[in-house]
Ligand binder design. Structure first.
Ligand code: BG6
Length: 494
């Protein structure tokens, strides 16, 4: 696979996402020698910003967001070709200026374009429409045009469907790259390899051997810096139909017949569509909503969520969500999937834990047990990317005694890789035309359909049922009860 030369047209180039993730990822690609030779960035802004000023700002951001010394020559090579254009969907003439600019680049040999919409969601449809009106999305004579759409893709099933329809009226599905940055993470991609490139896991990867699955994305961050967006969104919408469901679908999907975008995305969509649709009553029984109150996360004092600027004083928005889901298919019948995610929690931890059924223990009934390992296969994404297997061993000595131990694989130890933003892989794939790691319309809609009953049930319940939890804790007690009632417990966040 070779990245083809292209113009990278970045809408929202002055914004946080471009500075924090997108442009640093382009730098990392350049450093790894993966950026195509004929490559240039076109920064699109809504007001006039001189290219020199933008170059300077982006340079500062590279130094800030790349966690190692930045090579000035590489930074220069990435930013040297940067040009800026003002374009605003409410001003059609401005898209003519963009068209003219891209036309000039074409005459200089830039044949292909990526349009990257690093803008708030309200901009996705209007910008795409304006690009299409200007004829900029039409592919001809082997010259490709790709549209990268950031998250959130819709706010519920109806809006996601509407956005899909709007986009698909303008471009073909193969031109749309719906980003979920979790798919750029090594460990997330490794779930596919772990499951399907090893002979030992797949035979036991089913309801006969697996007791349940836990998916955790716990964050220490609070929402202070983006409170009004967050208060209108909440933990469920912000994290579950996208990030947590990416993890769930890779863990739970059937083996695809081929390693290509069509086969993989079809299987992922199928398993999401098999998540049991629950009634409102069941949705309330099988979920927990939490909201953080005053507390300390490590040494940082965090104020009560409802006192945050930009948050409604009587807000019912959840900053923590836990769900119990069932997957209605042959492989997973009777295996609960427990999901939890929240802000201002004790630890930053992202992991999928597959808990296997207990061995029949009768033989060791009278044996001393120091610590019992639950036979968890833990796919860890934060704080360290890797895989851990827990199992029981005999304690050395003449007596039989049992102790739980861990076998650990860490990417960093083994491959000595520099931490990446996750965006590198995704941008590279976009330049090579591989959309296996991007979401397809049906997958997005299946994700929203699965959370819809919870969104609806929580909306009608209003503030009833929102559980407080102290910032810096492990979340609301009700989340523990959700598992306790099934005779299970969350893994402890270390
Ligand atoms: C974003 C959410 O998509 O993902 C944020 O909007 C969240 O609220 C972030 O903090 C988590 O990403 P990561 O890579 O830090 O787990």
């Amino acid at each position: 696979r070779v990245a083809e030369g292209c113009g990278f047209v970045l809408f929202g180039v002055t914004g946080d996402l471009a500075h924090r993730l997108v442009v640093p990822a382009l730098y990392n690609l350049a450093e790894a020698g993966l950026l195509p030779k004929d490559f240039c960035i076109v920064g699109v802004t809504r007001s006039d910003v001189p290219a020199d000023k933008l170059r300077e700002d982006l340079n500062t951001s590279l130094a800030k967001f790349i966690k190692r010394p930045v090579d000035p020559e590489i930074a220069k090579s990435v930013l040297a070709c940067l040009s800026t254009v003002r374009a605003d969907p409410s001003d059609p003439a401005s898209f003519d200026v963009l068209k003219k600019h891209l036309g000039e680049l074409e005459t200089r040999g830039v044949a292909n374009f990526i349009f990257y919409l690093a803008v708030p969601p309200s901009g996705f449809a209007p910008i795409s429409q304006s690009l299409a009106n200007a004829g900029l999305l039409k592919e001809q004579q082997g010259r490709w045009r790709r549209l990268v759409i950031e998250k959130p893709f819709g706010t519920d099933l109806a809006s996601a469907r509407a956005l899909n329809q709007q986009l698909l009226a303008l471009v073909d599905e193969h031109q749309i790259y719906r980003i979920d940055h979790y798919l750029g993470k090594e460990t997330v991609q490794n779930i596919l390899v772990l499951r399907f490139a090893n002979g030992m896991f797949e035979p036991i990867w089913n309801r006969n051997h697996i007791d349940h699955v836990q998916i955790t994305v716990s964050e220490t961050l609070d929402v202070a810096h983006r409170s009004s967006f967050y208060d209108a969104t909440g933990a469920l919408r912000d994290m579950v139909p996208n990030h947590l469901f990416q993890l769930l679908s890779l863990v739970a999907m059937e083996p695809p017949a081929r390693f290509d975008a069509h086969a993989v995305r079809s299987e992922k969509g199928e398993v999401l569509a098999a998540i049991q649709q629950v009634s409102h009553v069941e949705a309330l029984e099988n979920s927990v909503r939490g909201q953080y109150t005053t507390g300390k996360v490590s040494d940082r004092q965090v104020d009560d969520y409802r006192t945050t600027d930009g948050v409604a004083k009587n807000s019912a928005t959840e900053t923590y969500a836990a769900l119990k889901l069932s997957i209605d298919n042959w492989r997973w019948a009777g295996v609960p999937f427990y999901l939890r995610t929240g802000k201002a929690l004790r630890a930053k931890r992202t992991e999928v834990a597959i808990r296997f059924k207990r061995a029949p223990f009768s033989m060791f009934r009278d044996t001393a047990i120091d610590h019992f390992a639950q036979n968890d296969l833990v796919i860890s994404i934060e704080p360290n990317e890797g895989v851990t297997l827990q199992f029981n061993t005999k304690v050395p000595g003449p007596e039989i005694a049992i102790n739980g131990v861990e076998m650990k694989f860490r990417y960093e130890d083994y491959f000595k890789v520099a931490p990446s933003t996750g965006y590198e892989t995704l941008l590279y794939d976009c330049m090579t035309g591989d959309n296996i790691l991007f979401q397809r319309a049906d997958g997005i809609e299946a994700g929203w359909a699965a959370v819809e009953p919870f969104i609806e049930a929580w909306k009608s319940a209003g503030q009833d049922g929102v559980q407080g939890y102290a910032a810096g804790s492990d979340g609301p007690a009700a989340a523990d009860e959700l598992l306790e009632r099934d005779g299970r417990a969350w893994r402890r966040l270390t």
